[in-house]
Design a binder for this molecule. Structure first.
Ligand SMILES: [Zn+2]
Length: 105
């Protein structure tokens, strides 16, 4: 199964360069080892951090996508010692990540 997820800019670089081969996520979508994920860099509305306010009513998902995205395999899913309904996802790269137009040569 493919999961298309948001990732905030402060977390994007460490996942992109492999320093952070995991994510901690609310498990609202029944993540399974062997699933794939596309992590789309997303800047939430600065006024409400994506909770929803008059500034972002017109924006899809209450923020903006930068155009960068990471393609990852979900290698393991663990709920050990996590808050209820949260899981740790182990990630490994697959395919080619998507760059912003300005990042391309
Ligand atoms: Zn807002």
């Amino acid at each position: 199964m493919l999961h298309v997820l948001k990732i905030w800019p402060q977390y994007f670089p460490a996942v992109a360069d492999g320093r952070k081969p995991f994510e901690i996520r609310w498990n609202d979508r029944n993540f399974k080892a062997g699933d794939t994920a596309i992590l789309r860099e997303f800047v939430p509305c600065p006024s409400c951090l994506g909770k929803g306010c008059s500034d972002c009513l017109a924006l899809p998902d209450k923020g903006t996508y930068t155009g960068r995205a990471l393609h990852r395999n979900i290698t393991v899913v663990s709920d050990f010692a996590q808050s209820q309904e949260f899981v740790v996802l182990g990630l490994s790269p697959y395919g080619i990540d998507e760059a912003k137009p300005s990042d391309q040569p």
